[in-house]
Design a protein around this ligand. Sequence first.
Ligand SMILES: *Cc1c(COP(=O)(O)O)cnc(C)c1O
Length: 475
Amino acid sequence: MTDFSSIYSQILDAVATVEPRVAEATRQELRDQRRSLKLIASENYASLPTLLTMGTWLSDKYAEGTVGHRFYAACQNVDTVEAVASEHAKALFGAEHAYVQPHSGIDANLVAYWAILNYRIESPTLARLGAATVNDLTEADWEALRHEFNAQRVMGMSLDAGGHLTHGFRHNISGKMFTQLSYGTNPSTGLIDYDALRTAAREYRPLIIVAGYSAYPRRVNFAKMREIADEVGATLFVDMAHFAGLVAGKVFTGEENPVGYGHVIASTTHKSLRGPRGGFVLATEEYAKSVDKGCPMVLGGPLGHVMAAKAVAFAEARQESFQVYAAQVASNAKALADGLLRRGVSLVTGGTDNHLILIDVSGFGLTGRQAESALLDSGVVTNRNSIPRDPKGAWYTSGIRIGTPALTTRGFKEAEFDEVADLIAYVLKNTAPCSTPTGPSKAKYELDWRIAEQVQARADELLEANPLYPGLDLG
Ligand SMILES: *Cc1c(COP(=O)(O)O)cnc(C)c1O
């Protein structure tokens, strides 16, 4: 058996000889992660082989370009790891093409957007003008093409319904590149309103429809999304950053599996997929060449060490144990949601059928900010999040987002998540909003320290029974 304790102790000792504060912060992060009831829906724990793969000299190589077609010499080993990662990604998702260079989810989305612009706008323009590349365009034609890029429309899910900033919002480059119209959820069901989306798309005629979310607790019907996209001549871009693990683990199948419906699909590798921090893009054959232009179009030189770790994580996700894990993530989310509902906690859409849950804390008289802080005082790590049509806005919010991928990796099952539901409900019921001399506060709250301590103690028991990186002992 690999002696990870000895490997990591030696690595950290070596780091400490140069900068002891970094070695200590790294050790401390392990202690902190071990002691926290991590319910952040976008986080996970990658395997030790995946983490170790990132710490090598593959980082020292420049390899702009693609496999076998690099702008630098001597890239044969980066070629190998990139090709292996891509081969695993294609097999894992059943995709026609996989591009594993993106450094993060946002970068993967940028690659996707520029690939779509390249395929839909630039290539036809070049063909029409009889130009081989953009270098052959006259100044006037180039200027016109640049304006055309900027005139394109995107439809993505609204932020308060669970969409992501990169889906055309003004605080992200996507909102500066494109004109955007968002679609939301039905106020009575809380579910995506496909009919309203279809009507709006017919009118708006977007180049791109974005499907995918960060805070929507339900599955998406990608067949319907594709049908709407086809009807209006849009490219269907799926951002599966959050739920890629449920796709890889075959929890989302048929019309709920975006592969086969999305023309271009982007993702992170570090959320439910449990790999290294990074991103990747899947595409149909027709978009493949455009996607491969990602570096140097919008990406800096590929991270050879991280692509190597992606290859390891994809290989892990192809094992049957990952399907068991993904199924457990979903059934744990259900158990957590049921446990909360039974204890009188209100959930957006009334439950979940993926890996995440959105709690509406307004019934407790709290803002998301107050609930998040009170839970954190009790050792329960969550994040505040707006709910659809949130009256408290995006900073204070009325919601708490939680998810099961991380604790499921530690071995939590339905019974443990029912206990987690009890802890959350207990804290929320015992937290009271505070007033300031000028009126009610949206940030201040009161929680008896004895309750916080009691919850932390019960959380500690759960965590000790389900250790993170069992056997890894750094002294
Ligand atoms: C997390 C997330 C991203 C961004 O991923 P980063 O790796 O943080 O850049 C993009 N889209 C969605 C839907 C996400 O949930």
